[in-house]
Design a binder for this molecule. Structure first.
Ligand code: FES
Ligand SMILES: [Fe+2]
Length: 391
């Protein structure tokens, strides 16, 4: 076992050194930048490094705050060996814990739901929603056993504009520092008050990064979505120059980006407060590393992607609407067309992604270049990612 560990460490180090020159090319300005090296999408050692360098080191987004609406609401997040419990405690604080018992390590919870406390299924240690140990049967016989020393392992949790973030590192920067201009960039939209109406998850046979990349680029629209959504999207504005770990690009639309081009007859009402260009377009934002959303004139749709393996990811989708909109009597009828548009676009994107993954896994696949107007969010992410992986 010892020699196997040594092998893994030396492999990881060797990959790091080999990649360094390639990753440096991702840091160039967008019009000069190269795409990520193909092995970043296909090599299991790189995926393991991503978990260490990014997911265990930086804030990442795990959902919308209204998905944990009441005390006791919880959900489990699992990817690449990490297992996290998110829960709302009795003071309505959001909490995140390692999904492992402090007795002898059993996994504590699965799925999602509402609980009054956390009970380990193995020997029935019980924890309060704030993570403190409430009960440990028969442990009074153990010398110097002190329950206060056996709270669940907790992680930092914070929120911004109704998005919930966790940080598994004790040493990371504040979320506000990481997000920089994020709130200011999105100030025209009432994002914080939007209500989550649809939550679904699915797995895709592609690397987690290419799932988010395709959502963020206009280049593929006429080729992958010629009859569904391409006509809705006009040429986008240049990428916004922002500070913070995100990329964002606004573009005008013909009608609403939330509906198919052939089905624009019954749009939902404009979001409260929108005017000017924001009342006739959509902003695509990627909050690094793993969350992206489109905020349009009437709806916001959000994706979270996590690595399972180098060539398979789990994706969560949420669609959000203003509270005023969901009060409409015919909301359920009208929103069905919005969900249909999401499903139709995904049904076209997913085969393209599976095909891209096959090509990226070719041992002779190479780094490429970006179209600066149509793929700037992807280029900005590549630069951010390269910086994390090289550090
Ligand atoms: S492992 Fe949880 S109570 Fe024993
Ligand atoms: Fe697409």
């Amino acid at each position: 076992m010892e020699s196997q560990n040594t092998d893994n460490i030396s492999n990881a180090k060797k990959i790091n050194e080999t990649l360094d020159v390639s990753l440096a090319k991702c840091l160039l300005p967008i019009d000069q930048a190269w795409s990520l090296p193909p092995e970043c999408y296909s090599n299991p050692h790189i995926t393991a490094l991503e978990v260490t360098n990014i997911f265990q080191n930086q804030w990442f987004c795990v959902g919308r705050v209204d998905q944990l609406a009441s005390a006791g609401d919880y959900t489990c997040i699992d990817f690449s060996g990490l297992a996290i419990i998110l829960v709302r405690d009795n003071n309505l604080n959001y909490r995140a814990f390692a999904n492992t018992c402090r007795h002898r390590g059993a996994r504590l919870l699965d799925g999602s739901g509402r609980i009054g406390g956390i009970r380990c299924p193995f020997h029935s240690w019980t924890y309060r929603l704030d993570g403190s140990l409430a009960g440990a049967p028969h442990m009074e016989a153990a010398t110097d056993f002190c329950k206060s020393e056996f709270s669940l392992m907790s992680y930092k949790v914070d929120e911004c504009l109704g998005f919930l973030f966790v940080c598994l590192s004790r040493h990371g920067q504040d979320l506000g520092n990481m997000l920089g201009d994020f709130s200011a960039t999105h100030s025209p939209w009432p994002i914080e008050t939007l209500v989550s109406k649809r939550l679904r998850s699915f797995e895709v046979d592609c690397n987690w990064k290419i799932f988010i990349e395709v959502f963020n680029e206009y280049y593929h629209l006429p080729f992958v979505h010629p009859n569904s959504i391409d006509d809705v999207y006009l040429a986008p504005n240049p990428s916004d120059f922002v500070n913070g770990a995100f990329a964002s690009q606004f573009g005008a639309t013909e009608g609403t980006g939330g509906l198919l081009q052939t089905n624009q007859q019954k749009p939902l009402p404009l979001m409260p407060g929108l005017s000017g260009k924001e009342a006739a377009g959509v902003r695509y934002s990627w909050v690094f590393p793993n969350m992206t959303f489109a905020i349009g004139i009437d709806a916001m749709w959000v994706y979270y992607a996590y690595p399972l393996t180098s060539d398979r990811c789990i994706v969560y989708q949420t669609a959000c609407f203003p509270p005023e909109t969901i009060e409409y009597d015919d909301f359920d009828d009208r929103v069905a067309a919005y969900y249909h548009r999401l499903d139709a676009a995904l049904a076209e994107d997913i085969p393209a992604l599976i095909n891209q993954q096959k090509g990226l896994s070719n041992p002779d696949a190479q780094q490429g270049r970006f179209q600066p107007l149509l793929e700037p969010n992807v280029a900005r992410f590549a630069g951010w990612y390269a910086a994390q992986m090289r550090s």
